[in-house]
Design a protein around this ligand. Structure first.
Ligand code: SAH
Length: 361
């Protein structure tokens, strides 16, 4: 059976052509599925009965299955999702006054093994399909809409998507780009590229490809301002050291002043948070149109790291601000349900940790 959720608009047009159907069938299906939240062909009343029947027998619209939903005291929600073959991933919804951000996963586990990230500790299992990525947005948008959760200023619940869940999106390039295409499609979610952020540890060649095929906001997980330390924290640095990473960053924003970069920097006590580290970071970023997000380290069992003190984080931030580098400290959201950056594990009821289903859908 063909899962139509894996298809972009143009894939669907081609697909219907092969069936001898008109191209506009593609936009009809996309509207039903992504705008109205309908995944039952029988309810798609502007399609002929014969077509509905054929879709029913030869295709599916299969979404990830929701295992648990946890709701944090601050309103953040984390879903544990079941994929085919028993794989599980997590996604997180972060409501704010003026926006609703969905943090999606792009892989089961992660191949990069950053030393301070709990996802990395699990190793890598597989890439997510397009349907499993866009399915996360579908599930969040339509289940929250049904529950009457609405962002204030616009009709939709999810106004922003960040690829900051499990996985390294740029090592699942084709599926991530196709999912972004669906997110941006006016017959689906109509999200502007400015509201979609891909976060990468720095897969240098893929950054140029992203700009060429699907320019969106780019966040770089920097975390260190010299190669020696970054090799330890982000082992990918051995393959793509800082020089090459920063050159790729400069290329990403070259000739298009609308494109901006965000550098993520996890604050690890006594590791990368000294005054000298801050000054080295200033030197590194001085000539880039960049802002910096300082992320207080989110702990997990046996990580071996602790979070920098608030005073250290404030001092670090002030050094960057004084050098005219726009810097914010990311608010920790959802840490009471292990939904904060780097805490997504995607495991349930295993021997070491039990996730208690607070709401089961
Ligand atoms: N693979 C992508 C997406 C990772 S998650 C990337 O590396 O960018 C998004 C951010 O959370 C990254 O900057 C990541 O380095 C950071 N992160 C990972 N573990 C963390 C932790 N325990 N505490 C705080 N931030 C963490």
């Amino acid at each position: 059976m063909i899962n139509l959720l894996n298809f972009t608009h143009s894939d669907l047009v081609d697909f219907f052509k092969q069936w001898g159907e008109k191209p506009f069938r593609a936009s009809q299906i996309l509207k039903w599925v992504h705008q109205m939240g309908v995944v039952d062909f029988d309810q798609m009343t502007n399609l002929s009965k014969v077509l509905r029947q054929r879709l029913q027998t030869e295709t599916t619209l299969t979404l990830p299955e929701v295992v648990t939903v946890q709701i944090s005291q601050d309103g953040t929600r984390k879903w544990l999702l079941q994929l085919s073959c028993g794989n599980r991933v997590e996604m997180v919804f972060i409501p704010e006054d003026d926006r609703g951000t969905l943090c999606v996963s792009s892989q089961v586990g992660c191949p990069l093994n950053c030393s301070f990230c709990s996802t990395g500790k699990q190793g890598f299992n597989r890439n997510l399909e397009v349907s499993e990525i866009i399915g996360q947005l579908w599930l969040a948008e339509h289940t929250l809409r049904q529950q009457g959760v609405r962002a204030e200023e616009h009709g939709r619940v999810i106004s922003n998507v960040v690829f900051m869940g499990m996985g390294e999106p740029l090592t699942n390039f084709n599926n991530v780009v196709k999912a972004i295409e669906l997110m941006r499609d006016d017959f689906c979610y109509g999200l502007s590229w400015r509201r979609i952020t891909v976060s990468t540890a720095g897969i240098v060649p893929a950054m140029a490809r992203l700009k060429a095929t699907s320019p969106v906001c780019l966040a770089i997980s920097l975390h260190a301002s010299n190669d020696e330390l970054r090799n330890q924290l982000v082992p990918l640095n051995k393959k793509y050291p800082l020089d090459s990473l920063l050159a790729a960053c400069r290329e990403y924003v070259k000739d298009d002043e609308r494109l901006k970069l965000t550098f993520e920097y996890v604050m690890l006590a006594g590791v990368n948070d000294s005054v000298a580290d801050a000054k080295a970071l200033v030197k590194l970023l001085r000539h880039l149109p960049a802002k910096v997000n300082l992320i207080p380290f989110n702990p997990f069992p046996n990580s071996g790291y602790t979070r920098s003190s608030q005073e250290t984080i404030d001092n670090f931030r002030n050094i960057l601000l004084t050098a005219d580098i726009m810097t914010i400290t990311r608010k920790t959201r959802g840490d009471d349900i292990d939904a904060a950056c780097g805490q997504l594990a995607g495991k349930v009821a295993d021997k070491t940790r039990r996730v208690v289903p607070i709401v089961t859908v």
